[in-house]
Write a protein that binds this ligand. Structure first.
Ligand code: C2E
Ligand code: MG
Ligand code: MG
Ligand code: MG
Length: 291
């Protein structure tokens, strides 16, 4: 490809590779000590039941604000953190912070609420996740069943049987398990049976074509049917329009997450918009009426 583009193409390509490498290096440098300097925070995106429209809980998503680099997307820095061995430390912080927030909200609002937390395969390989989870559950006293761990298929590419057994064990404690980004990458149906997942999260890439591409619609329908057949709930991610919601409700998707309801919010904003008032129901009745 580079050659066929001639010298210009080649030099452009190699320069951009250098840029990528330089950016990685900067991220790597700044990532060290970022936790100690308090540069990470969490934002929370609501997950809403598609029937009735009640709030199910939130997905915790990490944010990094660095004085040198500004605000860096987790898509960029999580991968670097995994490669340079910093992910477990960061992941443990996420787990603690999100669970403490969950506990505070459960106490304050006295309502059922789950917190869904992204976990990197490396946290299982390093075997830091189980002790961290045990300790934070013990310390906060949350019900294990109100914590949901989101893993991707990357786990299966790297985890030994022993690690998968460990996760199985973890599940017996009641912690929920979700398969994130389903339908992207090399998703194999056999993954669905390798671990006792409670939830399958359908990736945004299918949702984008839901109203325009009948094949995407069929695909989501089939995924929902397989998941339900295996006693898994379906959460659909990246939902942005009322039309998509209406189709997903008809297809019996269990819950919905996306900009339609809200972008990920600070804890304070999440409280005001989704926890302090019983608005989710009313708000959603409005939404359902509008369809
Ligand atoms: P994910 O776990 O699949 O999270 C969903 C991503 O989609 C989030 O991006 C969210 O802001 C975005 N999103 C949600 N609804 C919509 C929508 O309607 N439209 C669009 N365009 N986007 C939507 P974010 O926060 O940038 O996170 C990206 C990825 O970074 C996450 O994908 C996850 O893989 C990773 N990540 C985020 N936080 C953590 C963390 O604490 N630990 C680990 N290991 N990974 C994390
Ligand atoms: Mg996720
Ligand atoms: Mg996802
Ligand atoms: Mg994703």
């Amino acid at each position: 490809l580079c050659k066929s583009n001639g010298r210009k193409g080649y030099s452009f390509y190699s320069r951009s590779l250098n840029q990528v490498a330089a950016e990685r290096l900067l991220i790597d440098q700044q990532l060290r000590g970022a936790l100690e300097r308090g540069e990470f925070s969490l934002v929370y995106q609501p997950i809403v039941y598609s029937q009735g429209g009640k709030l199910k809980g939130f997905e915790a998503l990490i944010r990094w604000n660095n004085p040198e680099l500004g605000s860096i997307s987790p898509v960029k820095f999580i991968e670097v953190a995994e490669q340079v061995g910093l992910i477990s430390e960061i992941g443990t912080w996420v787990l603690r912070e999100a669970t403490e927030q969950l506990k505070a909200w459960q106490l304050k609002y006295n309502r059922p609420l789950i917190m869904s937390i992204n976990v990197s395969p490396r946290q299982f390989q390093d075997e830091t996740i189980l002790p961290a989870l045990k300790s934070v559950i013990k310390q906060t006293g949350v019900l294990p069943g109100s914590i949901q761990l989101e893993v991707t298929e990357g786990l299966f590419l790297s985890a030994s049987d022993r690690i998968l057994d460990g996760i199985d064990y973890l599940k017996q404690s009641g912690v929920l398990l979700a398969l994130d980004d389903f339908g992207t990458g090399f998703s194999s149906l056999s993954y669905l049976n390798r671990l006792p997942f409670n939830v399958l999260k359908v990736d945004k890439s299918f949702v984008d074509g839901l109203t325009t591409n009948s094949k995407d619609l069929k695909m989501v329908q089939a995924i929902i049917s397989i998941a339900h057949g295996l006693q898994m709930e379906v959460v659909v991610e990246g939902v942005e329009t009322a039309h998509q919601i209406s189709l997903l409700r008809d297809m019996k998707a269990d819950s919905i997450q996306g900009f339609y309801f809200s972008r990920p919010l600070s804890a304070k904003e999440a409280e005001v918009q989704f926890l302090s008032k019983p608005v989710i129901l009313e708000m959603n009745e409005d939404i359902w009426d509008k369809l």
